[in-house]
Ligand binder design. Structure first.
Ligand code: GDP
Length: 444
């Protein structure tokens, strides 16, 4: 996600941070580069312009330029502006009504609507313990209803029995009464898609919304379509009261323009991001964490949460305690690497781990492949017990020994050390910001 934007901005900020003092001209030059980077990421022009203007105004004002670390300050201002652009507050599903709460899912054909419906149902069931039913109202696409039933089987969520020939509004009525009678907490309605936005689609959607009176109307759009995704969202939003957007295929989106412009252009929050074809590849959209990933600071909080879902309680507690103290040694890193495999491999996680992308590049590993994990594990395996708990001990001579022992190169050892250092800095930062509190309570 956001790889190319992240690389571009990384370059700009490295140059800013590299200087002791900054002039207004330095900031303006940097902001011109930021603007180009945003436009290349396919961010809408007015959004990019406003972003750069806001940041410039803040950065040349106040006492930023005269501060001890002007470069850092500017990066912080950019970070805050990114969070603001992405939507500041996190947007959760609002399902606090007398059951069944209704979630209507709309979007164009092929956007990932049906898959996303099943992913959200899985999440509501697993994370929130809700009793969920899904119903497909898609009578246009052949076998759409069967597809949802199959996905329902996979995530173990009930689907409304199919009655051939029934029309969407009637299916919606039947689903509502079934959900009420059978005591479901949430009913998810997967509506029909079309290839393009057209009036017939909009009319059908409105008719269903009139009957179902949904608490949430979520629009699913494909992030790979960039500005088109934003335009589609605007079109839908003009017709039905959308409560949020789900961006799919974020796993393949190196540019990120849709994610970055969506909120500013449509005013609608992004509630989830689809990050893969598997049914667990859905993430709540946290603007601050996404901003962190874009700025190359990684997203350690998401990483730890993801880990907490897949590791033993004991490990989670141990990790939480260590993190709270700001400790993170090679043994912790090794544990993390092992978990990454279980958590769906590198593809889903690389952007969350500071330094991981660079490490992959250095090892010429195919992005998303797990070869790099095997190498890193071998490198840590070749360290002595002392070296693992005190990586500072590892000097040039030791590096050569470790590289030989693990069948890797000194360069790879250096990469791993750098990555460890970046992660441990990130952990300390989290500690300082007090951001770990929520995580700790989650980890028990
Ligand atoms: P619909 O026509 O909008 O209902 O689209 P589907 O749900 O049938 O999805 C179309 C294709 O996109 C399927 O092959 C899905 O597996 C795939 N897909 C959906 N969401 C994602 C995602 O977040 N990432 C990736 N890589 N593929 C996805």
């Amino acid at each position: 996600m956001f790889d190319s934007l992240s690389d571009r901005l990384g370059g700009v900020f490295d140059r800013l941070r590299g200087r002791g003092a900054l002039t207004e001209a330095d900031v303006r030059t940097a902001m011109r580069e930021v603007r180009v980077a945003l436009l290349e990421a396919d961010v809408a022009l007015p959004v990019a312009r406003k972003f750069v203007d806001d940041v410039t105004e803040k950065a040349v004002g106040q006492n930023v330029l005269r501060s001890v670390t002007p470069g850092q300050q500017v990066v912080k201002i950019v970070n805050d502006a990114l969070v603001e652009m992405l939507g500041a507050d996190e947007a959760e599903l609002e399902l606090n009504v007398a059951p069944p709460a209704i979630v209507m899912v709309v979007g164009l054909q092929g956007s990932g609507k049906t898959t996303t419906t099943a992913k959200i149902a899985r999440r509501l069931k697993g994370r929130d313990g809700k009793k969920v039913m899904m119903a497909s109202l898609d009578v246009n696409r052949p076998a759409a209803q069967e597809q949802l039933a199959t996905l329902g089987g996979q995530v173990e969520v009930a689907t409304l029995p199919i009655i051939a020939g029934q029309q969407p509004v009637d299916i919606a009525r039947r689903a509502l009464s079934a959900a009420k009678l059978q005591g479901f907490d949430v009913l998810m309605l997967d509506t029909a898609g079309r290839l393009h936005v057209d009036q017939a689609l909009m009319d059908e959607m409105k008719a269903v919304a009139d009957i179902a009176r949904p608490q949430e109307i979520l629009l699913v759009v494909d992030s790979l379509t960039g500005q088109d995704a934003v335009n589609v969202a605007q079109n839908f939003s003009d017709q039905v009261p959308l409560t949020g957007v789900v961006l799919t295929r974020m796993d393949g989106d190196a540019r990120g323009g849709a994610a970055l412009s969506m909120r500013a252009v449509t005013g609608k929050p992004i509630k989830f991001a689809g990050t893969g074809e598997k049914l667990d590849a859905l993430e709540a959209f946290h603007p601050s964490r996404v901003a962190g990933r874009i700025l190359g600071m990684g997203d350690v909080v998401s990483l730890v949460e993801r880990a907490a879902e897949s590791i033993q309680q004991e490990d989670a507690e141990r990790m939480a305690t260590r993190l709270a103290k700001g400790q993170f040694d090679m043994n912790d890193l090794r544990g993390q690497l092992a978990q990454m495999k279980r958590m769906g491999g590198l593809g889903a996680l690389a952007g969350m781990m500071p330094g991981m992308k660079k490490a992959q590049a250095a090892m010429n590993a195919v992005p998303g492949s797990d070869k790099v994990l095997v190498h890193m594990d071998a490198i840590i395996g070749s360290m002595t017990v002392k070296e693992r708990s005190k990586p500072d001990l590892i000097n040039a001579k030791r590096k050569i020994r470790i590289a030989k022992g693990s069948g890797t190169t000194v360069q790879e050892v250096n990469r791993l050390l750098k990555m460890h250092q970046e992660m441990s800095t990130a952990m300390k930062k989290i500690k300082k910001m007090g951001g770990i509190k929520g995580m700790l309570s989650m980890l028990g």
